[in-house]
Write a protein that binds this ligand. Structure first.
Ligand code: ADE
Length: 348
């Protein structure tokens, strides 16, 4: 049964608007729009191409897709590419924007057959919204409960055959029944130095900036193996060069800019170094719980877990044990060297 929905303007915006803010416009300009342009993540691209090719041949909609991995590695970009390669529309929202079952209901009923719905930060969905998604994902129907208590009735609304693409930095927070509903699951990995250099070269070409090979390598090394950070650093380096009337970006320009941003040669910023220092000095190298680290550096636990820890673990500066975080020997050596460089003996 198809129930009519009246199209009223939602009071809260639950799908994302494209901002005209300068950096965001540039981010969009740099975003690859096809698998061919997308550098790295070879395995995921290959698997996705097969998934898309097979579904297109069978003239079926795609199975639901879950993409996980640290932030800034290109999950949203991949979602746009999937929709484009499939020749379908996409709507973008996030786990934090969907507060009520009705929020997801109004988005789903507004989709067309074959459309994609992208939910970023899907681990932040609340239970009511997650459970509304179950029948939608499985049977393309929406269960609407009308009334309360004994007189409550369930009305089923038929939905278009859509594909959900969900992204998360925290796969472990998803419930098993939710995870089980994604036919295809991919993990994005940190990028190699070569891939980071290629991404920077492509971005510099698009932004029409002249950069020396050495400067590309310096930038690539300081970008935490993360394209979003690489592009951000490239833009800051461009600003520095522009203000100082420099035509070609050299390694020296990169070093100056990174110094002003408090980013060291491994890509760590002041907060990363504070985390290492606190574990080492305040907690004797660990193990220490996340709460204690967060309190000591006055940072949100979620930010530490989502933004800082994944890369510190990736480069082997901290490790996570059952009893908490521990600083490793290379981590100790890094802050030791940073403290030696800084004559005041502080890291900030
Ligand atoms: N810009 C951001 N991520 C990228 C990627 N993976 N390939 C090419 N350009 C990018």
């Amino acid at each position: 049964m198809n129930v009519k929905t009246t199209k009223t303007k939602p009071k809260r915006e639950v799908t994302r608007e494209i901002s005209s803010d300068d950096d965001k416009v540039l981010d969009l300009a740099l975003r690859p729009t096809s698998f061919k342009e997308y550098i790295g993540q070879a395995k995921t691209k290959e698997n996705l191409s097969i998934l898309i090719g097979a579904a297109a041949k069978r003239r079926e909609s795609l199975e639901h897709i879950l993409i996980h991995g640290p932030s800034g590695l290109g999950k949203t970009t991949l979602a746009y590419i999937i929709a484009k390669e499939f020749g379908a529309g996409i709507r973008i929202t996030s786990g934090t924007a969907l507060e009520k079952a009705g929020d997801i209901g109004s988005i789903l009923t507004g989709l067309s057959n074959g459309d994609f719905l992208f939910i970023d930060e899907v681990h932040r969905l609340n239970k009511a919204v997650e459970e509304t998604l179950y029948p939608a994902m499985e049977n393309y129907c929406l269960d609407i409960i009308i009334g309360k208590g004994n007189s409550a009735k369930t009305l089923q609304v038929k939905l278009p055959r859509f594909t959900l693409i969900a992204a998360t930095t925290r796969i472990s927070l998803l419930t098993n029944p939710f995870r089980a509903r994604f036919g295809a699951q991919y993990k994005l990995d940190y990028y190699s130095l070569e891939e980071m250099t290629e991404i920077l070269k492509r971005s510099a070409r698009l932004l029409r900036i002249d950069v020396t090979p050495g400067a590309f390598v310096s930038l690539a090394k300081s970008a935490r193996a993360t394209p979003r950070i690489a592009n951000r650093l490239l833009k800051r380096v461009r600003d520095y060069a522009q203000v100082h009337n420099i035509d070609k970006i050299s390694e020296g320009v990169v070093q100056k800019t990174l110094g002003m941003l408090d980013i060291d040669e491994t890509g760590l910023d002041a907060t990363d170094r504070k985390i290492l220092l606190v574990i080492q000095n305040n907690f004797n190298g660990g193990p220490v719980g996340l709460k204690s680290v967060a309190a000591a550096i006055a940072e949100e636990e979620d930010t530490i877990e989502d933004v800082y820890e994944p890369y510190l673990m990736q480069i082997g500066f901290i490790s996570r044990t059952a009893r908490g975080r521990v600083i490793t020997e290379p981590g100790k050596a890094h802050i030791g060297a940073a403290l030696t460089k800084n004559k005041q003996g502080t890291l900030v």
